[in-house]
Ligand binder design. Structure first.
Ligand code: NAD
Ligand code: 89V
Length: 344
């Protein structure tokens, strides 16, 4: 049994704790044995809710006192670098929530610290673990549409994301850093690495400090072109939060992941339509169940990787490729120029 500790018992960590409990109950070989939060009320509430007795206000003290196999960091970005470096110094494999850090230099330093310490490092970048997006990837791999030459990954919503995550309204950077990072990672997952980025941003909601709308044009290394577009200022006939919609055209056909998880794959012999709705886990609630299931899947993947010694799909090093797209998007939006993310 792998013993883990979770740091940061806030809004999203409840999903991670529910998923860890599922993994323990299904005999998945991992459990959370200690919790840390500098806010005593949040720490006590999480400890009671999940029946975890060992609690700490300070992560360094927890890592010194506990015998752990990994730590799972669910705090917000400003604390990520210090906590990941602390885990590396303690030779502890570490998962860290997205966005990996406030700056690209921090992210690179975190990857370097874990590599120098020889500890596995995974970013909790869970969109590519959403089962509808896995179904899209499988449809590409199945070959029915031939070679993809164009794609779009779109996340447009008017959902009040600020109610659960008030800090999102406060930062100088917003949608590209927080949500765009997921959608850009999805584009990398589906279409591969990127040679050029051109982006435009807008701030529509006056109560939000950073940009809340972004449109990014990606030139992929394999010649495909894709569009990533995100908005938290779109009032739509159907509110689809937190669904990412996907369009892909290939040499022999097309894929459409449209509203409410309808997947249509068109090939030379016609169209196959499937409902790829994610399951509603017992602890999940709509509309978050899609994201919540992906938390369980990525955490299972982490346990598999720790046991087998393979690198996680969203390792710290892999995630630098996604972070470069976020940086390139901000730079392109500021300068109006196309940016090669590989030069950053
Ligand atoms: P939150 O503010 O609700 O919770 C963070 C908690 O961490 C707080 O309780 C705070 O007291 C604690 N904390 C901060 N620094 C600490 C430190 N140094 N030591 C101990 N405790 C510390 O934040 P949240 O909304 O839960 O977001 C947490 C992270 O999860 C963010 O990085 C966010 O982007 C990410 N997130 C990811 C998803 C996803 O789908 N992957 C969804 C929502 C949020
Ligand atoms: O990652 C986040 O902060 C969430 C999302 C819905 C995009 O997963 O808000």
């Amino acid at each position: 049994m792998l013993n883990g500790a979770l740091i940061g018992c806030g809004f999203f960590a409840m999903n991670q704790l529910n998923a860890w409990r599922d993994i323990e109950r299904e005999g998945g070989g991992a459990r959370i044995v200690a919790l840390c939060d500098r806010d005593p009320e949040r720490l006590a509430a999480a400890a009671t809710r999940f029946g975890i007795e060992r609690t700490y206000p300070d992560a360094a003290e927890m890592m010194a006192r506990e015998t752990l196999d990994f730590v799972d960091i669910a705090t917000t970005a400003p604390s990520h670098r210090g906590l990941v470096e602390l885990a590396a110094a303690n030779r502890l494999p570490v998962i860290c929530q997205k966005p990996v850090a406030p700056t690209f230099d921090d992210a690179k330093a975190m990857v370097a610290a874990c590599e120098a310490a020889g500890v596995p490092f995974m970013i909790h970048e869970n969109f590519r673990w959403q089962s509808p997006l896995i179904a899209v990837r499988e449809a590409i791999d199945g070959g029915a549409i031939g070679t993809p030459f164009w794609g779009r990954v779109s996340f447009r919503s008017g959902y009040d994301v600020y109610a659960g995550q008030p800090y999102l309204a406060e930062g100088e950077r917003f949608i590209l850093e927080d949500l765009g990072v997921h959608v850009l990672d999805t584009a990398r997952f589906l279409f591969g690495d990127v040679a050029g980025v051109a982006a435009r941003t807008n701030r529509v909601n006056p109560r939000v400090r950073g940009e809340d709308v972004a449109t990014v044009l990606l030139s992929h290394e394999n010649g495909a072109t894709s569009i990533v577009d995100c908005s938290y200022s779109s009032r739509l006939e159907q509110e689809l939060f937190p669904q990412a919609l996907v369009e892909i055209d290939g040499s022999d056909g097309s894929i459409r992941l449209s509203a409410n998880y309808r997947l249509a794959v068109t090939g030379k012999f016609g169209t196959e339509v499937r409902d790829v709705s994610p399951p509603l886990l017992p602890w999940a609630e709509r509309p978050w169940h899609n994201v919540q299931e992906s938390v369980l899947l990525i955490q299972r993947h982490w346990v598999d990787c720790l046991r087998s010694g393979k690198a996680p799909s969203t390792s710290g090093r892999d995630n630098l490729g996604t972070y470069a797209l976020v940086e390139a998007s901000y730079l392109s939006a500021a300068t109006g120029k196309t940016v090669d993310p590989r030069t950053l």
